[in-house]
Design a binder for this molecule. Structure first.
Ligand code: NAP
Length: 332
C-alpha cells in the first residue's frame, strides 16, 4: 500500500457548472505547503462546509476541493519546533476547508500558527462535538459576559437554536444560569431544546418582525443570532436598554435592515463574532473553558456520528436547515 495515499471527500465541478461529491484517494504531495502535517481523526460538519460542498464561491473559489473547516488528530510531521509527531491537536477556522484542503480528508497540512494543542480535559472526538460551532457559541457567550450581561438582567434569546451554534449557545447560557428563550423553525424539537436547558421555546416568526418599525417593545437582555436579516434586526429593536446582541451568522441572508435608533436611543450593542480569525491567546482561552468549566455534560447528547461514506445526506440536511445539533465525522 502507498503510504502517501489517503481518503478524502472530493468536491468537483462538472462541465455544466454543477458539483459532484465523492470519496476518493488523494496524495499527501498534493496537500498545500505548511509546517504541520496532521493525521485527522475527527472532523465535524458546519454550515460553511455545506456551502463549500455545493460549490459556493464565497467560501471556496477553486475545485476540486476537500471541505472541512474543523479537524482534530495527531501530528504526523512538523518542521516547527512547537509541535512533535504524536502531539494531539485541533484546527478550526482560518482558511481550513475554504481554499485550503480541509478536515473531510484523513490528512491536512497547515501553518503551525493555526494549530491548537488539544486542551487537557477534551478528547479528540469531544473537541469536534464542539468544533467551530461550539467555539463560536463560546466566543459569543464570552462576548456577552464581557459586555456585562448577567443572568439577573433578564432573558437571552438564541435564534437558529437547534443548529450547531444555536444549540451549544442554549446549552452554555442555560448552564451558566441565564434564562434562555430558544427560537426555532422546528416545532418538533421542543424536548431537545428543553433538554439543553431552554426556559421557553418560540417559533421563528416571533422574532422576525417585518413591520419596518424602528423600535419594538423591549424584551431581551441580550441575544445570540445565527440568522441575520430581519431576525437580527428584530432582536436589536427589541433588546433592552444597554443590552447586546452577538451576531454570528447569516443563514437567512447577510442583509441587516435597521435604523440607528436601537443603538443611539437604547445604547444597544451589536457584537461581531469572527471565530475563524480569533487570535491565538483568546482561541486557547476559549478552548480551555470548553475543556473545563464550560464542559457541561449534555454536550455529548448533541452529536450524531458519521464517516466519509455517509456524510452526503448530512450535507444535504445542513443546507436545507434541517440539522439538529452537531455531526461528528470519523476519519480513523
Ligand atoms: N461568525 C462565525 O465565526 C461563525 C462560526 C460558525 C458559524 N457561523 C455561521 O452561523 C450560522 C449557523 O451555523 P451552524 O453551523 O450552526 O449552522 P446549522 O447547524 O445549519 O444551524 C443553522 C440553523 O438556523 C436555522 N435556520 C436555517 N435556515 C433558516 C432560515 N432561512 N431562516 C431562519 N432560520 C434558519 C435552523 O435552526 P431552527 O430550525 O432551530 O430555526 C438551522 O438548524 C451560519 O450562517 C454559519 O455560517 C459563523
Amino acid at each position: 500500500m502507498n503510504e502517501n495515499i489517503f481518503k478524502a471527500l472530493v468536491v468537483s465541478e462538472n462541465d455544466d457548472q454543477t458539483f459532484t461529491r465523492k470519496v476518493a484517494d488523494r496524495f499527501l504531495e498534493d496537500l498545500p505547503e505548511g509546517e504541520v502535517l496532521i493525521r485527522v481523526h475527527y472532523s465535524s460538519l458546519n454550515y460553511k462546509d455545506g456551502l463549500s460542498s455545493i460549490g459556493n464561491r464565497g467560501v471556496t473559489r477553486n475545485y476540486p476541493h476537500t471541505p472541512g473547516i474543523d479537524a482534530s488528530g495527531e501530528v504526523a510531521e512538523s518542521s516547527d519546533s512547537k509541535f512533535m509527531p504524536g502531539d494531539r491537536v485541533l484546527v478550526t477556522g482560518y482558511d481550513l476547508g475554504m481554499n485550503t484542503s480541509g478536515g473531510f480528508g484523513q490528512y491536512i497540512r497547515v501553518p503551525a500558527d493555526w494549530v491548537v494543542p488539544l486542551p487537557e480535559g477534551l478528547s479528540l472526538k469531544e473537541s469536534m462535538i464542539f468544533g467551530t460551532a461550539g467555539f463560536t457559541a463560546a466566543l459569543s457567550v464570552n462576548a456577552l459576559q464581557n459586555h456585562g450581561i448577567t443572568p439577573e438582567q433578564g432573558e437571552i434569546v438564541v435564534t437558529g437554536s437547534t443548529g450547531g451554534v444555536g444549540s451549544i449557545s442554549v446549552l452554555l447560557l442555560s448552564n451558566l444560569g441565564y434564562d434562555v428563550v430558544a427560537s426555532t423553525g422546528k416545532s418538533s424539537e421542543t424536548d431537545f431544546l428543553k433538554g439543553l436547558g431552554a426556559k421557553e421555546i418560540i417559533a421563528r416568526d416571533v422574532v422576525n418582525d417585518e413591520s419596518k418599525k424602528p423600535l419594538l417593545k423591549q424584551r431581551w437582555a441580550a441575544g445570540i443570532d445565527t440568522v441575520g436579516d430581519t431576525t437580527l434586526a428584530t432582536l436589536l429593536k427589541s433588546t433592552k436598554q444597554r443590552g447586546a446582541v452577538a451576531t454570528t451568522g447569516n443563514v437567512a441572508s447577510a442583509n441587516l435592515p435597521i435604523t440607528v435608533y436601537p443603538f443611539i436611543l437604547r445604547g444597544v450593542s451589536l457584537l461581531g463574532i469572527d471565530s475563524g480569525q480569533t487570535p491565538m491567546n483568546l482561541r486557547c482561552q476559549i478552548w480551555n473553558k470548553l475543556a473545563s468549566e464550560w464542559k457541561f455534560p449534555q454536550f455529548k447528547k448533541l452529536s450524531t456520528d458519521c464517516d466519509l461514506d455517509n456524510l452526503e445526506p448530512e450535507i444535504e440536511k445542513i443546507i436545507a436547515g434541517h440539522q439538529r445539533g452537531r455531526v461528528v465525522v470519523n476519519l480513523q
